[in-house]
Design a protein. Structure first.
Length: 541
């Protein structure tokens, strides 16, 4: 089936005269063949979704960016899944039991779970996937998600082989998992792509063979690098009869104004970006098409701790204090909240932590920033020159310019901004010789404070700052051994405060999700992880 580049129905208020789609595909680089079944809802209709960047990978074991996650939750399914509102529901496992200790889970895989080639999804597919991901030689950025499973910590530290992971498959339909400690949120983690099964030995191998095998509601039909990805409903998915949208066309559009233009032209049904300058008109004229909601995600500057000048803690604190977060979020315009800590508000069983200077009047905050800057050896005649690495996102670039202006105004800092295309940035962020500060963000994989704080562990693959504090690691280890919710919360809060006092990161703001949704598209429901599964959506015919 070719890509349908016109919508058969448009929002009257936001549509212009029909015209050729400027996202029309040219020069297809490679095409995958797949079955195109007829959906129960009638004639096929393509859902056009805008995505603010291109996925780095569609290998569940290797994915760590939000764009990859968006595609993977359409293509694959874990033992558990998410409802449209974000509640945990059965996925490949139709039931499970937990023993009296709360550490031994037995999952029963549903008989109808099939890969897109018709083969049965087996418990061994999960065990193999998790062992591959936890292997330090594989180097997965999402390996921390398996930390709850018995022996995971020792495996990550290189003290045990991946085969020691506390997972086994007594039969094709039963998966047994042993945890290090009880964790009521474990079923949440199982819905994340890092816990998905894999077919064969790697996603890359399926691409080279011309067939992409997945087990979710959709299967991959085409990936045109730099342009988009097309999906088709998976005829072998166990709940295929309840999929209402036959095909989904994702288009990679990092510019919010371009997404908006495509939406207004009727070429995009669902965006994941909204330009701030369009907000007044949208709120007045089309409020039902605008969806803004808080989510569990934090934007921050990661600081390169491996070399001067950022190895100076007084300098790092000065830079953090020189940022006026009230002014910063006003430039964003969507109701974001300025961040003085890492774990965002709304995280389950947690109270947000912050630097103790958060409540200082602006004049006192600025005076202290200047004092710390001077104590680090910098003056107006000898200013700090700092290299800031960014991805090529319009909002990220705009906020970087605002922060650079604040640093210049308050301290006299000279900032050199380097902007890179997202895929290039994902590689450059790991090369600390190229930057002093990198604009990073963390979106929760699951609703627990440990998912944020584990990023700063000494051996975390997401610790681009090279932060290492044995006391902080020890605080997290203590929390991991606690079963009492209140005691664990207090322990995690102590750990965050210890980390914040070292200033390895400079939190900027807590995110909100921003979407435009056509009136004829139904089922887009706000949820704390900002996941919108295409299988939950319905389009008017």
């Amino acid at each position: 089936m070719g890509l349908n580049i016109f919508n058969s129905k448009r929002s009257p208020a936001l549509s212009n005269t029909p015209k050729p789609c400027f996202f029309q595909l040219v020069g297809i680089l490679w095409v995958l063949t797949a079955c195109h079944p007829t959906t129960p809802s009638g004639p096929a209709r393509t859902l056009h979704r805008a995505l603010g960047g291109e996925p780095k990978t569609l290998d569940p074991n290797a994915a760590a960016d939000t764009f990859s996650t968006t595609l993977l939750i359409d293509l694959y399914e874990g033992l558990t899944s998410e409802s449209a509102a974000g509640a945990i529901i059965p996925g490949v496992a139709d039931s499970w039991t937990i023993d009296s200790t709360g550490t031994r889970y037995t999952f029963h895989l549903r008989d109808g779970a099939r890969w897109s080639n018709g083969m049965k999804v087996r418990a061994q597919d999960f065990a193999k996937s998790w062992r591959r991901e936890i292997d330090p030689k594989f180097g997965s950025a999402a390996a921390d998600d398996l930390r709850l499973i018995a022996n995971a910590g020792a495996i990550l530290a290189g003290k045990e082989p991946p085969s020691a992971l506390g997972v086994s498959a007594p039969s094709d339909s039963i998966l047994a998992v042993t945890l290090e400690r009880p964790a009521a949120y474990f079923p949440q983690i199982l819905a994340h792509p890092s816990m998905f099964p894999i077919y064969s030995d790697a996603a890359a191998k399926t691409r080279s063979s011309g067939e992409w095998v997945s087990n979710g509601a959709y299967t991959l039909t085409r990936w045109q690098p730099g342009t988009g990805i097309d999906l088709t409903a998976n005829a072998h998915y166990w709940d295929h009869n309840n999929i209402h949208i036959h095909s989904v066309a994702y288009r990679f559009i990092p510019n919010d104004s371009t997404q908006y233009a495509g939406y207004r032209a009727g070429e995009i049904d669902l965006t994941d970006l909204v330009p701030a300058n369009a907000l007044p008109a949208l709120r007045q004229e089309h409020p039902t098409e605008l969806l803004i909601t808080p989510l569990l995600a934090t934007a921050y500057y990661g600081v390169n701790l491996t070399q001067a000048p950022m190895s100076n803690v007084a300098l790092r604190q000065a830079l953090a204090m020189a940022i006026d977060r009230k002014r910063l979020v006003e430039t964003l315009g969507f109701g974001q909240i300025g961040a003085y800590g890492f774990v965002p508000p709304g995280t389950a069983n947690y109270s947000p932590q912050s630097w103790d200077w958060q409540a200082l009047p602006d004049a006192e905050r600025i005076a202290e920033a200047k004092r710390l800057y001077a104590s680090a050896g910098y003056t107006s005649g000898k200013p700090l020159h700092i290299r800031v690495l960014l991805s090529s996102n319009e909002v990220i670039q705009r906020t970087a310019v605002v922060i650079a202006a604040m640093w210049q105004e308050v301290l006299g800092v000279q900032s050199d901004l380097t902007t890179e295309e997202f895929q290039v940035f994902l590689q450059s962020r790991h090369d600390r010789s190229r930057w002093d500060v990198a604009r990073l963000a963390w979106n929760a994989d699951f609703n627990d404070a440990s998912n944020f704080l584990d990023v700063l562990r000494t051996r975390s693959p997401n610790n681009d700052m090279s932060y290492s504090n044995s006391d902080f690691d020890g605080e997290l280890d203590k929390a991991a051994s606690m079963t009492d919710t209140t005691q664990r919360q207090n322990q995690l809060q102590r750990a965050e405060n210890r980390m914040l006092s070292d200033y390895p990161i400079i939190p900027l703001y807590y995110f909100v999700s921003k979407r435009l949704v056509k009136p004829y598209l139904h089922g887009v429901v706000p949820n704390p992880l900002n996941h919108v599964l295409s299988k939950d959506l319905v389009m008017d015919q």
